[in-house]
Design a protein. Structure first.
Length: 221
């Protein structure tokens, strides 16, 4: 899967090389904003008591903002949102209760600070990046009975409504990636990359590294 993603990124960006020599990129001291499409690979996570979590592959989207300190070095922020399907098996640690099976969709939000190094000053360049941040996972499964609140509404009068709290967790994450960038005349650009992100806080889980491919379209200003 990872080899296929890297090959696809090369095929996307190689046709742009023909016009790259006549276009000089001046990234230094500029801001840039981009929208990204994300393909996150499937992931299976197990634990020592036989509980397990299988997260399906999913596409999502992201917003990215960065400042270029030079033509090669940039620092930015990534915000990502995905809704992967998952299957969870929860095993009672004492072996007294039956296993619990959950098949549902979770909400995943990633927020990270990321540094990028471009190897070439020109419009076409390979790059590497590394960063850290937090990932929030909401199971969208209620963790108890509904909570009901009542209040006076200026139009509808006295109303009551209920909502559910859900199982969720926020984990520290860190990782790195590599990719290719091409900048068009006028300052718009496209980037393709592959990233690996490690989740910290899953205890003795079998594997907590998520892989994702990204395709970004952005503007420099």
């Amino acid at each position: 899967m990872r080899t296929s993603l890297i090959t696809a990124m090369l095929l996307i960006t190689l046709p742009m090389l023909a016009g790259a020599q006549g276009n000089s990129a001046k990234r230094a001291y500029s801001w840039e904003f981009s929208l990204s499409g994300i393909f996150q690979e499937s992931k299976g996570i197990g634990s020592e008591n036989s509980s397990s979590l299988q997260v399906d592959s999913v596409t999502g989207f992201g917003l990215n903002m960065a400042y270029n300190f030079s033509n090669k070095l940039a620092l930015g922020v990534d915000l990502e949102y995905l809704r992967p399907k998952y299957e969870a098996v929860l095993v009672d640690e004492n072996g007294l209760d039956d296993d619990i099976f959950i098949n549902h969709k979770m909400s995943q939000f990633n927020g990270r600070i990321k540094g990028t190094y471009n190897f070439i000053d020109g419009p076409f360049t390979p790059f590497v990046e590394a960063g850290l941040g937090w990932s929030n996972f909401d199971s969208n499964v209620a963790d108890g009975p509904p909570l009901v609140g009542c209040w006076w509404h200026p139009i509808w009068g006295y109303i009551c409504d209920g909502y559910y709290r859900t199982f969720s967790d926020t984990l520290f994450s860190y990782g790195a990636g590599a990719g290719l960038r091409y900048e068009f005349v006028g300052g718009s650009f496209v980037k393709a990359s592959y990233n690996l992100w490690e989740l910290d806080g899953l205890g003795k889980s079998s594997d907590s590294t998520f892989g994702a491919g990204r395709l970004e379209f952005g503007w420099k200003f």
